[in-house]
Design a protein around this ligand. Structure first.
Ligand SMILES: NC(=O)c1ccc[n+]([C@@H]2O[C@H](COP(=O)([O-])OP(=O)(O)OC[C@H]3O[C@@H](n4cnc5c(N)ncnc54)[C@H](OP(=O)(O)O)[C@@H]3O)[C@@H](O)[C@H]2O)c1
Length: 287
């Protein structure tokens, strides 16, 4: 018995679609015959996914329309700029009891509703790039029409590729600034630690290995012990010691304020991009 009832039809077959369907199969949330994948015209990609995962694919327009009509869940995984074309092309196949799940950055529930042309329930999500290795952090928000059972199904799908948190739609901008863009902050931290170690005479590959393992171990410590990061930090900081010396320097340089300013910029940019997408679509709509 799988956690997903009925079939799930992917509209879009890129890297995010593959990450999700791989997670669903690996965690046995869905069976291969419950998954059907469609895209715009890349048949080679569909054949590759079919042979690799044993899932179903729909290539021509008639098959695509049938797949969409019959699915309980639709997973929209196209680029934000293609959302309107993808949904308007299939709006005549949509049913009000189907659940539309979107992974598109910056496309609001209201816009999706408008492109779909019906009041079908919508789950909007913001996964991050670590979803591709099953360690994602996803924020999700719901339109009012989403039922409790549909919410559970959506949460189950994203739990198959990591952690999921339910938030109000407006908070997806904060999710974007925190976990959406967050992997790049950590990559930057790794780069900085490596560069500092190299400047002190260490070779680059040793520096990389030690820096990566340090970040991995520290994150695991927070997760496994359940202790606050500040408590763990205090435990390893003896007054006058080496860690103390480094952290004092961070404090003098306002490290927390730097992170806050950076995340505030990401959040503001997310709001700006959301507004731009809407305006461009509305202009197109009015034309
Ligand atoms: N990758 C990430 O880490 C990440 C993280 C968070 C959110 N996201 C979101 O995930 C979404 C997908 O990203 P991706 O990296 O997977 O994109 P991608 O690799 O470029 O794939 C896009 C897919 O959309 C299909 N498509 C385009 N127009 C279509 C249409 N009109 N009808 C049906 N299918 C259509 C494409 O089909 P063809 O190849 O046939 O054109 C392709 O399969 C984006 O909106 C992004 O915001 C991604």
């Amino acid at each position: 018995m799988h956690a997903i009832n009925g079939t799930i039809c992917f509209v879009g077959s890129g890297s995010m679609a593959e990450a999700i369907l791989r997670g669903l199969l690996e965690r046995q949330v869905a069976a291969p015959d419950q998954i059907i994948v469609t895209n715009r015209h890349n048949h080679t990609r569909l054949e590759q996914l079919q042979s690799q995962y044993g899932i179903n694919t729909a290539c021509d327009q008639e098959q695509k329309e049938q797949a969409i009509k019959e699915a309980e869940l639709l997973l929209l995984a196209v680029k934000p700029k293609d959302a309107e074309a993808a949904l308007t092309a299939v709006r005549h196949c949509l049913r009000p009891d189907q659940l539309l799940i979107s992974v598109l950055a910056g496309v609001s529930i209201a816009s999706l509703q408008r492109y779909a042309g019906t009041t079908l329930p919508i789950v909007r999500t913001m996964p991050n790039t670590s979803s591709t290795i099953g360690l994602g952090a996803t924020g999700i928000s719901l339109s009012p029409a989403v039922t409790a059972e549909q919410q559970t199904q959506a949460m189950t799908i994203f739990e198959a590729i990591g952690t999921v948190k339910l938030v109000e739609e407006d908070q997806l901008h904060v999710v974007t600034a925190l976990s959406g863009s967050g992997p790049a902050y950590v990559y930057y931290m790794i780069e900085a630690m490596m560069e500092a170690a190299v400047s002190m005479g260490m070779d680059e590959s040793t520096a990389k290995e030690l820096a990566v393992q340090t970040i991995l171990g520290a994150a695991e410590m927070v997760q496994r012990t359940g202790e606050e990061p500040s408590t763990l930090r205090e435990k390893v900081t003896s007054p006058g010691g080496t860690t103390y010396a480094a952290l004092e320097r961070f404090r003098q340089l306002n490290y927390k304020d730097i992170v806050k300013q950076a995340m505030t910029s990401a959040e503001a940019r997310s709001r700006e991009m959301g507004a731009t997408t809407k305006t461009a679509k509305e202009e197109h709509h009015d034309a």
